[in-house]
Design a binder for this molecule. Structure first.
Ligand SMILES: *Cc1c(COP(=O)(O)O)cnc(C)c1O
Length: 453
């Protein structure tokens, strides 16, 4: 006798009702963290031999655990890079969860994989890649960058092997000083050296800086990474210059656009990314600025065959899948079992159309410009850099980290906003990262006002 049967009708309805409540929050509660001691005491013991029952567990979640989690789609959640999924994408996430769909192979998940691939093809076309481009939705940008870099090194190794040349003592990759921490992490996992080239006065990696970093060791460099929207400032590197240098040296160019590549879909911003069609791979996280739920990173290769060679896992029980010539998403990244996590974005795109996405991204970029202009009118505030996308960084005259922290805690404790301090060149600052179409200028202005209370 086993007890893992279906839920009761009652529990099913309770869960649907709670999901509906959450979906209908407008705005969702900000809430905030609690200490482990508080949560242990308030939640009690929930994992027991007999189980506490679904109704009780749902109660613990609703009353204790959920209020100790911040809703990243609150319109005034402006820290880090938030995630503000459309309702359509959340709704479809429910359907994905209600189904047991395997997204790793064509044999098992053809329909889901087809839909995910249509989204990837659209992203590839926005970037200017040809119809042969393809890839996979992985868990996040960290894994996407690692997977692209593994493919890049595979390609570099293959070239040397074909030419009968020896491998370098240590492979190297080049990125900018402003590049995301995940690249350092990838370099460490891959046991390669990372060369951080300096940025220019605008925070951008230039072709000249890459050429200089290459000087003397171009044979060891298997990849150049340009950032399309730095996490700190939303700055896009000089991709077309960098692409030229990469081409001259026949080195793989990867674009880390986890946050900022979404900006390419706004026609007004398209020129920031000039030359990106020359890249070999890119990532962009729908859970950052394409209004989709966690966790999803779109990883796309210009020539996916190289990635397939680099990543396909072989094994007796898998060969029935991998030796078919079918398109198996698992083969294009460092992953095997996968949820078809591109489907919520697919559904929302299909529902709203691409034009609505272009407008959403443009709305956030315009909002960033407007609040930057407001900051410039205030004598006690200093804009650290002109925003290029939707990140705005500014300093308050005379404030140390202590004042920033106190202000940040005040905003969260009165449930007005979630804005944590950041820093640049050792100086603390305030930073708004705007990726939510419900964020409003008047609210941002009130947050500025709150610095003077
Ligand atoms: C967020 C980010 C990453 C990492 O993405 P995750 O989805 O958090 O793993 C990588 N690069 C850039 C530029 C980012 O902004």
């Amino acid at each position: 006798m086993h007890h893992l049967g279906d839920s009761s009708e009652k529990l099913r309805e309770e869960v649907f009702a709670y999901a509906r409540t959450r979906l209908e929050y407008n705005p969702p509660p900000l809430d905030g963290p609690q200490s482990p001691e508080f949560l242990l005491a308030a939640a009690g013991k929930t994992i027991t031999e007999e189980g506490i029952g679904g109704t009780a567990a749902l109660g613990v979640f609703a009353d204790v655990l959920a209020p100790a989690t911040i809703s990243t789609d609150h319109p005034n959640y402006l820290s880090f890079i938030p995630s503000a999924p459309t309702e359509a994408s959340k709704l479809f996430d429910l359907i994905v969860s209600a189904s047991a769909i395997y997204g790793g192979s064509w044999m098992e998940g053809a329909g889901a994989v087809h839909a995910e691939n249509e989204v990837l093809s659209w992203l590839a076309s926005e970037v200017g890649f040809g119809p042969q481009a393809g890839g996979v939705f992985v868990q996040g940008g960290t894994l996407g960058n690692l997977s692209a870099l593994v493919a890049a090194r595979h390609w570099a190794k293959r070239k040397l092997t074909k030419a009968g040349k020896p491998m370098p003592a240590k492979w190297k990759l080049i990125c900018s000083q402003e590049a995301h921490s995940s690249l350092k992490s990838a370099a460490s996992v891959m046991d390669v050296e990372i060369i951080k080239a300096p940025v220019d006065e605008f925070g951008k990696l230039t072709g000249a800086a890459v050429a200089e970093a290459l000087a003397g060791n171009s044979g060891d460099v298997f990849a150049i990474v340009a950032t399309a929207g730095t996490t700190n400032f939303g700055i896009v590197d000089r991709i077309s210059e960098i692409a030229q240098v990469a081409k001259q040296h026949d080195i793989w160019l990867h674009i880390d656009g986890a946050y900022g590549l979404a900006g390419i879909i706004s026609p007004e911003s398209r020129n920031l990314y000039a030359g990106i069609e020359e890249a070999d791979s890119f990532i962009v996280d729908p859970h950052k600025w394409l209004f989709a739920p966690f966790d999803a990173c779109a990883l796309v290769y210009k020539n996916p065959e190289i990635a397939r060679e680099a990543h396909t896992q072989h094994g007796d029980y898998l060969d029935v899948l991998t030796e078919t010539g079918d398109w198996n998403p698992s083969d294009y990244a460092y992953n095997l079992t996968r949820r078809p996590r591109g489907l919520p974005l697919w559904f929302s795109l299909a529902t709203h159309g691409i034009a609505a996405y272009r407008e959403g991204v443009k709305y956030n970029i315009d909002l960033a410009r407007q609040i930057a202009d407001e900051i410039k009118t205030r004598p006690d505030l200093k804009l650290v850099r002109e925003p290029e996308l939707s990140v705005v960084v500014f300093e308050k005259e005379g404030w140390t980290i202590t004042e920033y922290n106190a202000w940040s805690e005040k905003l969260l404790s009165r449930q007005q906003a979630f804005v944590v301090p950041s820093s640049h060149k050792g100086k603390p600052n305030a930073r708004f990262a705007i990726v939510n179409t419900k964020t409003e200028l008047s609210e941002l202005v009130s947050i500025l006002d709150s610095m003077n209370e």
